[in-house]
Ligand binder design. Structure first.
Ligand code: PLP
Length: 396
């Protein structure tokens, strides 16, 4: 009668959304000050001032068709040039404007890329912990997700597991650094090992294995940590970018795909990207925000509020005795649950008003994710509940 797979996806909310909805209901029942909602990755830092200025300037243009009309399917040529110029100035990557495709955020960047690459029987390797929607996106594109494990000591990939996950059917590996949900950033050494391994596997299987770099958190790093630009390290890289987090614009749906200048069959793959955009109906990303992105292309977010939040919550929780990986980027803290079942742990936390996301859907059972893109005050107020939670386990 209708598509049962789509029905399944649409009738079950993600765990994160479920928790967020529960939080809203609970706040109405017991008061907003008694619920500590750490569920969503919705930036609470305002968009940089240049965004407001760009919107005003564009809204005041005498000819409104410039901002409200269709652009080229792949995005306005001037916008794509501004983005390519910025990538090249910052990273020296040599990207052509004709290898940039404007999208409705990272979700669209990923789905378009996956549809452009995927052929029958293709596998896509996800390195845990991973953004849960990757499985949905890969499966919907006709591919098979294959999961590689992570090293619990530092949340870098487990290279033995990654080596096992690669096969002649592997089309691409998806990486996300800075990482949601762990906040870990892949080190230079990790990137080198990863790229060497993919080069060796590509040579062994006689075909390129692509690297899909999902980078919505690239600009959100602390303490001068460097995030290597993957195209400079690996020829067959496709960057999936979004302004959702870097410019705090998640509701505006704006991002891009950029293909490495040395991508195998790059011109044909760009045509396949355009074809996938067409097939999925992802043509002409929101015009106004394409232009805002171009005007703010070199703007950086004010991450001082996130850093302050990170220092507060990481410091307080580790002092209480929680075990968490030190987050160098993004705005997430990944904490080891105090019992093997993170769902049971999250339920106990919920009873104290703490909304934490169990790690199972991220491919990391036994952990919970805390999104600290919330007010400093809420984090401070939540600390007694975290204390009570750990005390309740010690009393067991
Ligand atoms: N990839 C990762 C790792 C994310 O965390 C998110 C959103 O939270 C996305 C992709 C989707 O981003 P967007 O809202 O730009 O589609």
């Amino acid at each position: 009668m209708f598509n049962q797979e789509m029905y399944k996806l649409g009738s079950h909310r993600s765990v994160i959304r479920e928790l967020f909805e529960f939080g809203k209901k609970r706040m109405a029942e017991v008061g907003a000050d008694k619920v500590y909602d750490f569920s969503l990755g919705n930036p609470n830092v305002p968009a940089p001032e240049c965004v407001r200025a760009a919107i005003k300037e564009l809204a005041d243009l005498p000819d409104s068709t410039i901002i409200h009309g269709y652009t080229s399917a792949q995005g306005d040529a001037g916008v794509r040039k501004a983005i390519a110029d910025s990538i090249n100035a910052r990273f020296g990557a040599g990207v052509s404007p004709d290898a940039v495709y404007m999208t409705c955020g990272a979700a669209a960047s990923l789905t378009i890329t996956l549809n452009a690459l995927c052929e029958d029987g293709d596998e896509f390797v996800l390195i845990a912990p991973y953004f849960p929607e990757y499985k949905v996106f890969v499966t919907a594109a006709g591919g098979k997700p294959v999961v590689a494990a992570f090293d619990e000591k530092d949340f870098q990939p487990d290279f033995a597991s990654l080596a096992k996950a690669l096969s002649p059917r592997t089309k691409a590996v998806i990486v996300n650094s800075p990482n949601n949900p762990s906040g870990a950033v892949y080190t230079k050494d990790t990137v080198k090992k990863l790229c060497d391994m993919l080069r060796d596997a590509s040579a062994k299987f006689g075909k390129p294995i692509f690297l899909i770099a999902d980078e919505p958190y690239r600009e959100l790093v602390y303490d001068d940590i460097e995030v290597p630009y993957l195209m400079n390290e690996y020829a067959d890289t496709v960057v999936c970018y979004s302004y959702s987090k870097s410019l705090s614009l998640p509701g505006e749906r704006i991002g891009y795909i950029a293909l490495s200048p040395s991508l195998t069959e790059g011109a044909s793959i760009y045509a396949a990207v355009c074809g996938a955009g067409r097939a999925l109906g992802y043509v002409c990303a929101p015009n106004l925000f394409q232009r805002v992105a171009a005007k703010c292309v070199n703007a950086l977010p004010d991450i001082s509020a996130y850093r302050k939040n990170r220092d507060l919550i990481y410091g307080a929780l580790t002092e209480m005795g929680y075990d968490c990986v030190h987050p160098d980027g993004a705005f997430y803290l990944f904490v080891r649950a105090l019992e093997p079942d993170a769902n049971a742990f999250a339920e106990r936390a919920k009873a104290l008003g703490l909304l934490l996301v169990p790690g199972d859907d991220f491919g990391a059972p036994g952990y919970v994710r805390i999104s600290y893109c919330v007010s400093y005050d809420m984090i401070k107020r939540s600390l007694p509940a975290f204390k009570e939670l750990i005390a309740s386990y010690r009393a067991d």
